[in-house]
Design a protein around this ligand. Structure first.
Ligand code: DX5
Ligand code: ZN
Length: 222
């Protein structure tokens, strides 16, 4: 049974890279649950961010779980290094690999939680053969590469589908949404069945990040 608690995972993609230690502290002090680490290689996505050394260096600033989102080709080559650096969840893109099952097994072999992500053009049923093995399904709600984009509403239908399948079959995975999530879009995502909300610009560009998290978590339904 998956907990109904909503987890907020601020993405350090939108943080000030020159003050990363303080930015990590800000996540903790504002009520963030996880640290979302967007790894971009300039190939799978048209942007470049950071590698395992960033995870290793910021690991000492918090005990919050590190949710590493690999937006890279050849994720298999990076898994051990991110595991050693201190990742808790390692998520790769279905579109980036040929043998996704093998990559899932490789992550499990490191003892870390395993996630798979899909971009907006990938249908959720493509994940079906993997779902029983997964701890996290990360549904991209924008085309990956940059923070500050607008959520693509049709992506939330995939969240509904994954939530329904999870209930019917008793799978354990959490569903994360990533891209364009803020206090105004979070209610739809939560209603669709999301458990983990990745917040980039809505957290780091907010004058009051603590209030943003409180607003997002305070979503109520009638
Ligand atoms: C997008 C990244 C996201 C991004 C979200 O490629 O995977 O994690 O940081 O940023 P916002 O919340 O600003 O859309
Ligand atoms: Zn991400």
């Amino acid at each position: 049974m998956v907990s109904s608690r909503i987890l907020v995972a601020p993405s350090i993609l939108s943080a000030d890279f020159s003050r990363m230690g303080e930015e990590i502290k800000k996540i903790e002090q504002s009520g963030g649950d996880w640290v979302h680490v967007d790894v971009m290689d300039g190939c799978f996505v048209p942007n470049i961010t950071f590698g395992p050394k960033m995870v290793e260096d910021i690991r000492k600033y918090t005990s919050l779980p590190f949710d590493v989102h690999l937006m890279t080709v050849n994720p298999d080559q990076l898994i051990e290094r991110f595991a050693d650096a201190g990742a808790d969840y390692i998520t790769f893109h279905l579109e980036a690999v040929t043998h996704a099952h093998r990559t899932v097994m490789q992550i499990q072999g490191t003892g870390k939680k395993v996630g798979v992500s899909i971009v907006p053009s990938t249908p959720a049923f493509m994940l079906q053969e993997l779902l029983s093995e997964l701890d996290l399904v990360l549904v991209m709600t924008v085309n990956p590469g940059f923070g500050g984009q607008k959520l693509i509403p049709s992506c939330l239908e995939k969240v509904c589908y994954l939530n329904q399948l999870r209930q019917e079959r008793g799978y354990r995975y959490l569903i994360a949404v990533d891209g364009g999530i803020n206090q105004f879009t979070a209610p739809q995502a939560i209603q669709a069945g999301a458990n983990v909300l990745v917040l980039g610009s809505a957290f780091f560009l907010s004058p009051d990040p603590k209030a943003e998290i409180a607003a997002v978590k305070g979503t109520k339904f009638v």
